[in-house]
Ligand binder design. Sequence first.
Ligand code: GLA
Length: 384
Amino acid sequence: MVPPSYPDRIGATDVTVVSPGRVNLIGEHTDYNDGFVLPLAIERGLEIAVRRRTGSTVRLLSDRGGPAIDIDVGRPLVAGTPCWTRYAAGVIAGFQRLGWTIPGFEALITADLPVGGGLSSSAALEVGIATVIEALCGRALDPVDKALLCQRAEHEFAGVPCGLMDQLAVTCGRRGHALLVDCRSRDVRPVPLGDEIRILVIDSGVKHALGDGGYATRRRECETAARLLGVKALRDVTPLQLAEAERRLPEPERRRARHVVTENERVLSFVAAAERADWPTAGRLMNASHASLRDAFEVSCRELDLICDAVGDVDGVYGRRMTGGGFGGCAVALVDATRADAVEAAATTACTAALGHPPTMFLTHAAAGAATDLVSRDIIPPGR
Ligand code: GLA
């Protein structure tokens, strides 16, 4: 997907990076509790078309309009860069801390991902810019270190205390596979998703902003619950232990802990079901995850609940739930591939009736992580 306006706006390309968005199949709000998650990179994302330039200016342009924004990478960057470019600035700062010399470049960013739609457009931008820097410098970071650098950019430059799931999914995505991540050891295990299923993503249209406070509050409540239970993280508590000890917890910490502890179990059960291609069981686990996020963790919203109720009744849907941080964003459904088109049509009708307008939705499958396509590096000398 080469952006049509590209030659007019920055000239010939040296490097093109494609950086996907992600959906999470199951394991929500477990990553910052050292738990388990099962995200996948999707077939939509960002394309970053790059041209080298002399000097120490990085110029960023977006296909969504607005002026070009210049960042001087000749000096150490600190938080405070405007709007969406802060994600790129945070990543550049991470490489500067590692002692890398960042070359000047111009980048045009084209997206086919809703921004603030819960599909990790910010992680796609962070990991995409990191991949650009690796390509221009001719070196690569270890994938987990790269995800950690991008997560730190989000913490320090965007003020969102996110876990590692999104950046790892965008970095490590594998075609045809979801990724089982143990967020304590950071071990990433690809889990094959057969051709017999497809993923339907439905946008609630409600913009979420994780910097708004609900996300950070949930994270603090989980930390309080772990402290009161005498463990390092809620990952260390089994459902049986929680049943015995939860009297010690006040509300809402008790509900929050119940969600996290049961959600970790659901992730592992989902993987076991996926490995035997038992999609009806996997779907039921997704439904249970949504109920827990709605009632115990309280991060769903009216539109997401309406979508899940509507889609849950459609023939060919194994299960559905909200995906990502919540408070808006997208729902994800696990769909029988042989009926995918009929499911999409029926889901559109059902959601339109429930919401009063047709939501944006698309079918997808698991895609590869962020990668470089070296278009004309040998033809265009650096600095032209
Ligand atoms: C956001 C965060 C992730 C994760 C999810 C909830 O997407 O960026 O780290 O915590 O919310 O599962």
